[in-house]
Design a protein. Structure first.
Length: 344
């Protein structure tokens, strides 16, 4: 946890600021420290008085373990493995949909090992930005459900943005943490989007790619996104479509394919991933290959662009996408009007 994120974190119960008691601190060489505006002084360590308000020094620190204590009600939140935790550890013993969601996505994100040397590549945010003609995101930005942290890291490299990623799953937090370790303007927080540890009107922009439709109470999460956004902030959300604007054939296909979820959502993550890996070449041949061919012909272009999984970059590259579609315990789908209602 970079001490600077204390600027934004608040108690879940009373929304008061939190005091940091750090137990283990590491020193990290970070990029783009100079772009950050000075913090308001919430970050100083009681035992490192000399570093008070020295934001350049503070930006090179990683608090690996410690506690966050509410200045008003005294409630405590843990920091472990460098991540501030605002969800119960191990979640509930019973298999609630939230627990299962965290487990299934956590397995997927734990598989990816971000290499420091890999150059950033456009990811989901760029697709959303192009489709919605989004303005340039500046200021403090929330990545709501940041997954493995690719968009989070990309956006935090931009000159004018500081990005906080919120993620439910342990695996997602872990991989995001590794990916953003060197980026001064990126943070990851383990929390539930239905209960965010931030004050009202904290964020200048919010984006969420493919998350709200996996939450049992999407309206609650949408309400939280509205609460923590400043007036006039852009809130961009990608939701699964319900195929209501497509032909009956597409709707039938969606229903048929989705019926497999009755079984797949109950498979152990490892087994399901193996199935998805094996099925990936078939889906590649049925979707990505036709897309590459058909998009060249004007009359077939709109059909080509309606194909799912069209962006696959190789026969086995769809395993993760398929796993995402077939593992998540909850999946809602939205019409254009339904999506607008959710965010109103
Ligand atoms: C389909 S993934 C998308 C991840 C990322 N936004 C991306 O574009 O790659 C959905 C993510 O939302 C997270 N998630 C689901 N429910 C959540 C909740 N209630 N609070 C926070 N994150 C949640 C999952 O753990 C998962 O990482
Ligand atoms: Zn500071
Ligand atoms: Zn409190």
């Amino acid at each position: 946890m970079k001490p600077r994120v204390l600027e934004y974190l608040r108690c879940l119960d009373c929304r008061a600021p939190l005091r940091l008691e750090a137990r283990t601190i590491e020193q990290v060489v970070r990029d783009a420290v100079e772009k950050l505006s000075p913090c308001s002084g919430l970050c100083p360590f009681p035992d490192l008085a000399s570093q008070e308000r020295d934001c350049a020094a503070c930006a090179g620190l990683e608090v690996m373990t410690g506690d966050l204590t509410c200045l008003a009600c005294g409630r405590q939140y843990g920091i472990s493995d460098g991540i501030p935790r605002f969800v119960a550890s191990n979640f509930s013993p019973c298999s609630s949909p939230t627990t299962r969601t965290a487990r299934s996505f956590g397995f997927l994100w734990d598989r990816s090992k971000p290499a420091r040397e890999t150059p950033p590549r456009p990811y989901h945010f760029e697709k959303m930005a192009a489709a919605l003609s989004l303005p340039v995101f500046r200021g403090v930005v929330l990545d709501a459900g940041c997954g493995e942290g690719i968009d989070l890291a990309n956006l935090a490299r931009e000159e004018h943005a500081e990005v906080v990623g919120v993620e439910l799953s342990e695996g997602g937090c872990r991989t995001s943490f590794r990916r953003i370790a060197r980026l001064a303007g990126a943070h990851v927080v383990q929390a539930d989007l239905c209960r965010l540890p931030f004050a009202d009107m904290t964020f200048d922009a919010v984006y969420s790619y493919g998350v709200l439709h996996h939450i049992a109470t999407p309206a609650l999460a949408a309400g939280e996104a509205a609460r923590i956004s400043r007036h006039g902030a852009c809130v961009a959300v990608y939701l699964y479509e319900d195929f209501g604007e497509r032909s009956a054939v597409w709707r039938w296909l969606l229903r048929s394919v989705n019926s497999a979820r009755v079984v797949t959502t109950k498979l152990p993550p490892r087994a399901l991933f193996a199935v998805c890996w094996a099925a990936s070449p078939l889906v590649y041949v049925l979707c990505a290959v036709p897309f590459t061919v058909l998009k060249r012909f004007r009359p077939l272009r709109s059909f080509a662009w309606s194909l799912p999984f069209r962006h696959a970059r190789g026969p086995f590259r769809l395993a993760g996408d398929l796993y995402d579609r077939f593992s998540a315990p909850i999946e809602y789908r939205y019409s254009r009007g339904g999506a607008a209602d959710l965010l109103r």
